[in-house]
Design a binder for this molecule. Structure first.
Ligand SMILES: [Fe+2]
Ligand SMILES: [Fe+2]
Length: 195
């Protein structure tokens, strides 16, 4: 018997099997990697390892939809859609993922849902689990982009340094791609860095 979703009756093995069916092979492998890595780093961030295991596993459960699907589902769910999300609707997978984690996977732990809901942009309010997931998602072992080793080395020096470095690295990616600033990302930078 695997671990239970916080406050639910779903074992984690069942959640893995369902994700394997619904996600692409790459996203599924990434989700497993982030799940393991988040659990490994949780204590350093001051987060609960079991909650981190779940947050990592489910964080991308709404990944892989079309832009039209993201916008339609967000509208149906009554989410406020920011301009940055109209330009890049896949960002909505963080908030839809939190909804699905609750509705489809039975997660009740608000910390897990908060972490999933802001894992891409960050947010002004981020507890230890949210900070852990945000960082680990960007430096998990399956990531191979240029510069990831520098971020991993920064994280190895300390979780606060690692968190600030990932916030800045993500801002730089958005700027380089010419994407609009997401208000939550701006709020996170303002709250958690001196930038
Ligand atoms: Fe994601
Ligand atoms: Fe991810």
């Amino acid at each position: 018997m695997g671990r239970e979703a916080p406050g639910s009756i779903s074992p984690i093995s069942e959640a893995r099997a369902r994700l394997r069916e619904s996600l692409s092979e790459g996203t599924y492998a990434h989700s497993l990697a982030v799940s393991r890595e988040a659990a490994r780093w949780a204590a350093a961030f001051g987060a609960d390892p079991d909650a981190a295991l779940w947050a990592g596993l489910l964080h991308d459960c709404a990944k892989g939809l079309s832009d039209e699907q993201y916008l339609a589902l967000a509208q149906t769910a009554g989410l406020e859609i920011f301009d940055a999300e109209r330009d890049a609707p896949s960002v909505l997978h963080q908030r839809l993922g939190a909804l699905w984690a609750a509705e489809r996977f039975g997660v009740r732990d608000p910390a897990v849902l908060l972490a999933i809901g802001c894992h891409t942009t960050g947010a002004q309010v981020m507890d230890p689990l949210a900070r852990c997931l945000f960082v680990v998602d960007w430096v998990s072992p399956d990531r191979t982009y240029e510069g990831v080793e520098v971020l991993r080395a920064t994280l190895a020096k300390g979780v606060e340094e690692g968190f600030a470095a990932v916030l800045r690295a993500k801002r730089d990616v958005v700027l380089a791609k010419g994407l609009p600033d997401h208000p939550w990302a701006r709020a996170a930078l303002d709250r958690w860095t001196s930038d």
